[in-house]
Design a protein. Structure first.
Length: 311
């Protein structure tokens, strides 16, 4: 089908995420791992503007260096748009302009947020009106973190992280993110974890037979208690990321020496997420990290998932 656009542009926004808990199962025959993770969407956003077009294209701007990003059919936002077009029978195209603020290859799901925002922007632009369940199914085909970028809030992810169940979370959690000047390959970090586990190195925990989110995490989120959550923060990928980028360990120590309740590698890294007890401490921590010539930004969570802002 071909539908006339209701508006010349649709603006959608999707958040980055922090994995406040991540347990990684053993390497499976298909090359993937089962996960159990607690996601929190935070106020660092990707903004996608979708314009009518005959073909598919994407361009980037924003607060991060986007010069290394692919703009061909391999880009996740383009793949999202084309997947939606195939699913709905839409025969036009779209021009996507993406303002990126989530670190690239930083373990915060920026590419997944691009894909989620592109899905809902194109759905609104084209008037294809895909239902929630079908949209979630498309998101899961694009990547493990895309369904959560759609949903937002706080959620537990299992399987490859794409099987979501909402988690109750009270209050507001204050984060300071130390953003590295380099990215890290997610497959490389997982491979490092697998190598270390195979050699039974002491700093890497063995693979859990059935990964589960620690009950302390769920309790802390329900209570809105930052101090309790700080005690329960955990990431099985952290030791592997620190092996590949040892300098991250010094930044973790710096953050915890300047008011953070705790720090954690976000996802596969290299972004470091520091949990602060309140907004004032978060500001002081941001200043301290910036004084050490680090790029530091404040964020809070949980926040909404992908949504259209105006069209």
């Amino acid at each position: 089908m071909t539908l006339a656009a209701a508006s010349p542009v649709v603006h959608a926004r999707a958040p980055g995420k922090i994995n406040v808990f991540l347990a990684v199962g053993a390497l499976q025959d298909d090359g993937y791992h089962d996960l159990a993770t607690a996601y929190q969407a935070v106020s660092l956003y990707e903004d996608v503007r979708a314009y009518p077009a005959d073909d598919f294209s994407v361009s980037f701007g924003g607060s991060v260096d986007t010069s290394a990003l692919e703009v061909d059919g391999s880009n996740l936002a383009i793949r999202a748009a084309k997947l939606l077009a195939r699913k709905t029978g839409f025969r036009g195209g779209v021009r996507l302009e993406i303002e990126k603020n989530v670190p690239i290859a930083g373990g915060m799901g920026g590419g997944s947020a691009d894909a989620a925002a592109s899905l809902i922007a194109c759905d609104a632009l084209w008037g294809t009106d895909l239902g929630k369940d079908d949209m979630h199914a498309l998101a899961a085909k694009l990547g493990a973190d895309v369904p959560f970028a759609l949903a937002g809030g706080t959620a537990i992810g299992t399987g490859r992280g794409d099987q979501l169940s909402p988690a109750l979370a009270q209050g507001n959690f204050h984060w300071v993110l130390a953003i590295a000047e380099f990215g890290m390959s997610t497959p490389a970090v997982y491979s490092e974890l697998d190598r270390h586990r195979a050699r039974h190195l002491a700093d890497i925990a063995p693979a859990p037979a059935s990964p589960q989110v620690d009950a302390r995490v769920l309790h802390a989120l329900r209570a809105g208690d930052s101090a309790l959550l700080a005690e329960a923060l955990h990431n099985d990928l952290q030791a592997a990321a620190l092996q590949l980028a040892p300098g991250l360990g010094q930044i973790l120590e710096l953050g915890e020496a300047n008011g953070a309740l705790a720090g954690i590698v976000s996802g596969s890294g290299p972004t470091l997420a520091f949990l602060a007890p309140d907004a004032d401490t978060a500001l002081e921590l941001q200043v301290a990290l910036s004084a050490s010539r680090l790029t530091a930004v404040r964020a809070h969570g949980p926040v909404h998932g992908a949504r259209v802002l105006h069209s």
